[in-house]
Design a protein around this ligand. Structure first.
Ligand code: ARG
Length: 394
């Protein structure tokens, strides 16, 4: 191994990893950091990586690419793993894999590395992503190999090698955050019977602190893409960030679940995803207004499959690509407005309209405006029941 590109977060693990890789493999280490959540301190990140021994540091703001190429497809797919998790972390990993491979090519590196642990899903997502994009690259996961047994040992190692690490107190949780949401695990959360304490939430307020009065927001969609907020056009990343802020203030988008990891473990994780919750609710509602029953019911099956593909690290695969085509097919009709009420931790749809709406008041009404042909209903039942006539139920 001559040159390694490391996915570098600036945290203790990846900081130690720079030096460890350099010494263990006698290789040059190039660091790559991506901003897909908050934009961090670029200079500090570079300083830290250099202090750990990196020969070069790439820091890239990839929020737009993340939103356009990863969040949008997941939004169209209505992707939720096990019906609940909106996949923020799972969507971020293939993006990181893609850029690791890209930088490895630029740098003529023969290896990439990451700081994922050996029992999580993220190692799978990054490594399968890298292998699908460039099977010739070697991959090293220092956390699966090195002998550090505790955080203290890593801190000692960093001190010994003059590696700059932030002085901030370590949170008792393991956190991963980007604009599509935050995942929080470990610490006291490992006891599935314990209610998450207040300090385990970062993006949303508890119900005791949300505004008393509800807030109404209107999201405008054009051809499937959310393009406006309360009548004002807004870019996708800005909209997501704004909805995280507003939704968070109303306590929207929290969940607490036991999920089935790909590696076979059940884990307890809590999530906050205000913008993702609101946007997926809005998109589902609008699509429900403009599409027919068969399409909608069948799509649910594919949504579940799609969420699994994403969760299992199978992003760069023929099936995911084909499913994206399916979900894109009728987005041109998903144009219109959805009105949502944010109230006491909930986001609830209260209004919807679209030029492509299939809703007909004349057909639905119970008033004198009714145009529904009740006579025809009789014949419909006759034929619908035909196969089952006389079948005595159990
Ligand atoms: N369980 C989530 C997933 O597999 C999140 C993983 C990262 N979580 C964390 N707290 N570091 O996508």
């Amino acid at each position: 191994m001559k040159k390694i590109v490391l996915a570098y977060s600036g945290g203790l693990d990846t900081s130690c990893a720079v030096r460890w890789l350099k010494d263990t493999y006698e290789a040059e280490v190039v660091c790559f950091s991506a901003f897909i959540g908050e934009v961090g301190d670029r200079k500090l990140l570079m300083q830290k990586a250099k202090s750990a021994g990196a020969s070069k540091v790439y820091v890239e703001n990839l929020k737009e690419e993340f939103a356009d190429d990863f969040i949008m497809p997941a939004l169209w797919a209505h992707a939720k793993y096990e019906g609940k998790y909106l996949l923020a972390t799972a969507l971020g990993r293939p993006l990181i894999a893609k850029h690791l491979v890209k930088i490895a090519a630029i740098e003529k590196a023969d290896c990439v590395a990451h700081g994922c642990t050996g029992k999580g899903n993220d190692q799978v997502r990054i490594e399968v992503g890298v292998k699908t994009l460039n099977p010739d690259l070697q991959i090293v996961a220092p956390l699966r190999e090195w002998s550090f047994k505790s955080r203290e040992e890593e801190i000692d190692y960093a001190e010994k090698h003059n590696i700059l690490v932030s002085a901030t107190k370590k949170s008792p949780y393991s956190i991963d955050k980007n604009i599509w949401g935050i995942a929080i695990e470990a610490g006291i959360l490992e006891d599935p019977w314990t209610e998450p304490p207040a300090d385990a939430y970062f993006m949303t307020r508890p119900l005791s602190e949300v505004p008393k009065k509800p807030l109404y927001v209107t999201i405008g969609f054009e051809e499937g893409r959310p393009v406006s907020l309360n009548g004002k056009s807004i870019k996708l990343v800005a909209l997501i960030e704004k909805l995280n802020d507003i939704g968070g203030r109303y306590g929207v988008g929290r969940s607490d679940l036991i999920e089935n990891r790909l590696v076979g473990i059940k884990s307890r994780e809590i999530y906050e995803a205000p913008a993702a919750t609101i946007l997926q609710l809005a998109h589902e509602e609008l699509e429900g207004l403009v599409m027919d029953r068969d399409f909608l019911h069948y799509k649910r099956v594919l949504s579940e499959k799609y969420a699994e593909q994403v969760y299992y690290g199978l992003w760069f695969t023929p099936l995911r690509e084909a499913l994206d085509q399916f979900f894109a097919t009728h987005q041109s009709r998903v144009t219109g407005f959805i009105r949502i009420k944010l109230d006491q931790g909930q986001a609830v749809v209260v209004g919807r309209k679209s030029p492509f709406s299939h809703y007909s008041e004349e057909l639905a009404t119970y008033s004198e405006k009714d145009k529904f042909d009740r006579k025809a209903a009789e014949g419909f039942m006759k034929i619908w029941a035909m196969p089952y006539r006389g079948h005595k139920g159990k």
